[in-house]
Design a protein around this ligand. Structure first.
Ligand code: UD1
Length: 417
């Protein structure tokens, strides 16, 4: 098992280019099977989740080429609509094939998806919207079989604006007969990006970026190429790093607009920001300040994916902070690892109370999930002494080069086997 070895407490300085977004590229890869032809994605991050998705696409019969950051998917022929257990269990995003498979093959068969252990991850909302479009779903507790003799447009309102269920609904609506109206959809930037890609492929989608989408089905799709936008959570990771470690960094290809909520909270911590010639300059030369209350929320609120990273920052802040987690209940398990580094965190149901300490100290800690792993890594960079972060395979699911990027801005970190 590989681990990061970090010699902590260095201020950060330098530039980082933000790679393509994990949460944007995964549904885009699934969407390529809606088209009986070739789709090219550029700026694709070389992360584990992308390689697993390629494995699924090949199992379905697609031909796939991945050279540098260019991913070419030829879905002219689909030979199977079954996602086998070993691939489905590796990642939550395997569920994102439900909509496109239904659209393309009128049936889909998959094992319950896996992914980060950040809480129970039900798929009832995916089922509800697909049923409304005419799908029949059979479940036996481990396995899903979905069929639709005919997929028909419908009007559907989500009880909760789930990202994955919205993506599945959009992709099946593109191939359904007639018009679909989706109300209370998730508005995360990755939904907007998926819609823009589908429109470039020939789909007719209206209301992009709003909470109501109208999709005219049965569009003639064609070959196209699309550039994956930069990853807002990766950018938030480095902004959190400079806030907790101090220093000054510049981020290139950064989706500033999508980071509004994160930037607003880090500003309260004392980090300062300026856009200059297309790059985001961020600096912080003081101990972070506490933020009395932050609540994770659906977009445009503060993202749950940045919660553990903020917890690291607040662990060293002056004063008491509270974070309320409203999306994924088990994300707080990173707090136990931060406590091993000297953080003073009390968990009470969905709230974490953080009494900032002046110093974190190096420790042997274990990444429990993707973003938690990144949070422990930046905690190690900001701590006194040596930190070992184990189970960094979690981190490789979503970061192309976390340790190299941090080393390039002055962190003393190496990957060891
Ligand atoms: C996506 C992101 C993930 C992010 C999350 C919330 C990807 C690949 N992953 O995950 O990084 O943290 O959005 O922004 O894009 N839920 C149900 N029933 C369902 C579906 C979801 O109850 O059928 C609940 C979940 O348990 C969770 C909440 O809704 O509590 C949010 O889930 P959802 O928005 O679906 O997140 P994902 O698509 O899994």
């Amino acid at each position: 098992m590989s681990f990061f070895e970090i010699q902590g407490s260095s201020p950060l300085s330098g530039q980082i280019r933000i790679h393509g977004s994990k949460n944007a590229v995964l549904p885009m890869m699934a969407a390529t099977i809606l088209h009986r032809g070739t789709t090219v994605l550029t700026n694709v991050p070389r992360i584990l989740d992308v390689f697993w998705m390629i494995g699924i696409l090949k199992t379905l019969g697609c031909q796939v080429w991945f050279e540098e950051d260019v991913l070419t998917i030829d879905a002219s022929v689909i030979t199977s609509s079954v996602i086998p257990r070993h691939l489905a269990e590796k990642m939550r995003s395997s569920i994102i094939f439900l909509g496109p498979l239904l659209g393309r093959c009128k049936n889909a068969s998959l094992w319950y998806p896996g992914g980060c252990s950040i809480g129970s991850r039900p798929i009832d909302l995916h089922g509800e919207v697909l049923r409304a479009m005419g799908a029949e779903i059979q479940e036996d507790g481990e396995h899903l079989d979905v069929t639709a003799k005919r997929l028909s447009g419908c009007e559907f309102s989500f009880r909760f604006a789930s990202v994955g269920a919205t993506e599945n609904a959009i992709m099946s609506a593109v191939s359904a007969e007639g018009k679909t109206i989706l109300n209370n959809v998730a508005r995360e930037p990755e939904i907007r990006d998926l819609c823009r890609m589908l429109v470039k492929m020939g789909a007719r989608i209206y209301g992009i970026g709003s909470s109501k989408l109208i999709i005219e089905g049965n569009s003639q799709l064609h070959n196209s190429s699309f550039r994956v936008p930069p990853d807002r959570i990766v950018a938030a990771t480095y902004l959190s790093a400079v806030t907790v470690c101090s220093g000054r960094i510049q981020l290139y290809e950064v989706p500033v607009y999508d980071l509004k909520a994160v930037i607003a909270v880090l500003q309260k911590c004392g980090c300062r920001f300026r856009m200059r010639r297309g790059c985001l300059d961020a600096w912080c030369y003081q101990r972070p300040r506490a933020v009395p209350y932050t609540k994770t929320q659906i977009y445009p609120g503060f993202p749950t994916d940045v919660q553990s990273l903020l917890m690291t920052v607040l662990s060293k802040a002056e004063g008491v902070s509270v974070i309320e987690e409203t999306i994924f209940e088990a994300r707080f398990h990173t707090a136990l690892q931060l406590q091993r580094m000297g953080a003073d965190i009390q968990i009470n149901n969905s709230c974490a109370q953080i009494q900032g300490v002046a110093l974190l100290h190096g420790a042997d800690v274990t990444a429990m999930d993707l973003r938690g792993g990144a949070a422990l890594t930046i905690a190690g960079v900001s701590a006194e002494g040596k930190t070992i972060v184990r189970a960094v395979e979690h981190v490789f699911r979503g970061y192309e080069n976390l340790e190299k990027d941090l080393a390039a801005i002055g962190a003393n970190i190496i990957l060891k086997q």
